[in-house]
Design a protein around this ligand. Structure first.
Ligand SMILES: Cc1ncc(COP(=O)(O)O)c(C=O)c1O
Length: 450
């Protein structure tokens, strides 16, 4: 079977312009993965600078995770978490609770990140309802943030182009500005973005607001970090208005920022954490909503119940994969490795600032972005046509052709994002630079010749 032809005929890729593949443009078909690298059907090797969409944190093809999954199939292939428990789900929930900060001790498994977000939205509504505050249903999220694609999660997602084709989405999604200070006017108060959340809550009516959902470091828009003190201020605001704080850590958990959880990096205590992707280092699909004892408590008595679930959530084979993954994290001290090496990784990206289109370098841990600009001094961005040429017409294809998988994205201003596997070291940072420098220099030259 010709894989190219069959893919074009039968496979529907997500978030992909299927019409862009023709005789000159192949669908990239990845056939093998090992450590920080993947290979395509022609045998070309790529450095996976995006960890397969922020998933493969422990690297590709970890044999011991596969062995744990295989052993699990021999013992118990599947039983659902709908009224039944099984040893791996219990062990994994206990292990996760031992790693979370504060009293985040109750784990509700899901099959992925969107389901975890969906669960958190429903939980926050149900929680307030149990306390006789049924009017509290709205969700405050941030502009340009991505929280998933189901109609509930999409209410949190703040990217207009992802919502408009499907509206109306679930009602109640309200958005506040994000923390991208690269374009803030000089002298703006550092906690302005945090205070904007309170303004939104007050404007909407606190009696109608159930939760605030924030990533520790916002992915879409290009690795947007919080200001110092941002989350402490947001925590105070949430407490003042009896609003739950959901930390959406679908990307930022499991070592991405050098800690098991992103909230540990920025030292705040949310009421709920949503997680997925690297929980198993993507050897099996799995997500989790992790809830504080305080929020879970009213659901634990008498006839109370969280009337919500997914058949495959907490799958024994995925739970076995997650436990083996966490063994690797512990044995290889992947969080410590990120903390030790993040400066070197960031330094490599900072060294590209002499290239005229490199405007900003930002992020944290092994999660960094370069914002591309037309003019470094004025920070002027590209118009739509230039951005289209730069990202889709040149950079995406050229970086890949030169052996680096990363993300060229313009859901906010144009950025290149890098989120390598957490096993990467100096050798891989040098490989990244060897691709990024000539490619960005070439893009810069061509843009200024246009
Ligand atoms: C912050 C965040 N939340 C939710 C999701 C949705 O996760 P999934 O694609 O597993 O449904 C993503 C996916 O990238 C994400 O980055």
């Amino acid at each position: 079977m010709d894989l190219q032809e069959a893919a074009r005929r039968h496979l529907w890729l997500h978030f992909t312009r299927m019409g862009s593949y023709d005789a000159q443009h192949e669908i990239p078909i990845i056939t093998r993965g090992e450590g920080p690298y993947v290979w395509d059907e022609h045998g070309n090797r790529y450095l996976d600078g995006l960890s397969a969409l922020f998933c493969s944190n422990a690297g590709h093809g970890r044999a011991e995770i596969g062995e744990a999954m295989s052993r699990q199939v021999g013992e118990l292939d599947f039983v659902t978490n709908w009224s039944y428990a099984h040893p791996r789900a219990i062990e994994l929930a206990t292990r996760i609770a031992s790693l979370t900060p504060g009293d985040l001790n109750r784990v509700f498994f899901t099959s992925g990140g969107g389901e975890a977000v969906e669960s958190a939205i429903k939980l926050s509504r149900a929680y307030h309802r149990l306390h006789g505050k049924g009017q509290k249903h709205k969700l405050i999220a941030r502009e340009i943030a991505y929280h998933g694609t189901s109609l509930g999660a999409l209410a949190a997602t703040g990217i207009t182009s992802l919502k408009v084709p499907f509206e109306p989405v679930t009602p109640g999604g309200v958005h506040a500005p994000n923390t991208n200070e690269y374009r803030w006017p000089e002298g703006r108060d550092q906690l302005w973005a945090a205070d904007q959340i309170e303004e939104r809550i007050v404007f909407e009516g606190p009696e109608t607001v159930a939760a605030v959902i924030l990533e520790p470091l916002q992915n879409a828009g290009g690795c947007i970090p919080p200001q110092e003190g941002y989350f402490q201020r947001v925590r105070e605001i949430c407490d003042r208005h009896d609003v739950l704080l959901i930390s959406d850590e679908v990307i930022c958990a499991w070592g991405r920022l050098g800690h098991y959880f992103g909230c540990q990096r920025y030292d705040y205590l949310p009421d709920v954490i949503t997680s997925a992707k690297a929980l198993t280092s993507a050897h099996a699909p799995m997500g989790a909503m992790i809830v504080s004892d305080r929020i879970a408590e009213p659901f634990m008595h008498g006839t109370a119940m969280f009337a919500h679930g997914f058949t495959f959530a907490g799958h024994p084979v995925a739970a076995a994969a997650a436990l083996a993954n966490l063994d690797i994290f512990e044995r290889e001290d992947l969080c410590g490795h990120v903390r030790r090496k993040q400066g070197e990784f960031r330094g490599m990206l900072e060294s590209l600032r002499d290239i005229p289109i490199v405007g900003d370098v930002r992020g944290d841990g092994f999660f960094q972005a370069i914002e591309l600009v037309r003019d470094q001094d004025t920070k002027e961005s590209f118009d739509d046509e230039e951005s289209e040429w730069l990202l889709r017409g040149f950079l995406s294809g050229e970086l890949y052709r030169r052996g680096l998988i990363c993300r060229a994205d313009d859901r906010g201003d144009p950025v290149i994002q890098l989120a390598p596997t957490l096993i990467c070291d100096s050798e891989q940072f040098e490989e990244m630079e060897a691709v990024l420098r000539p490619t960005l220099e070439e893009a810069s030259k061509r843009l200024h010749e246009r």
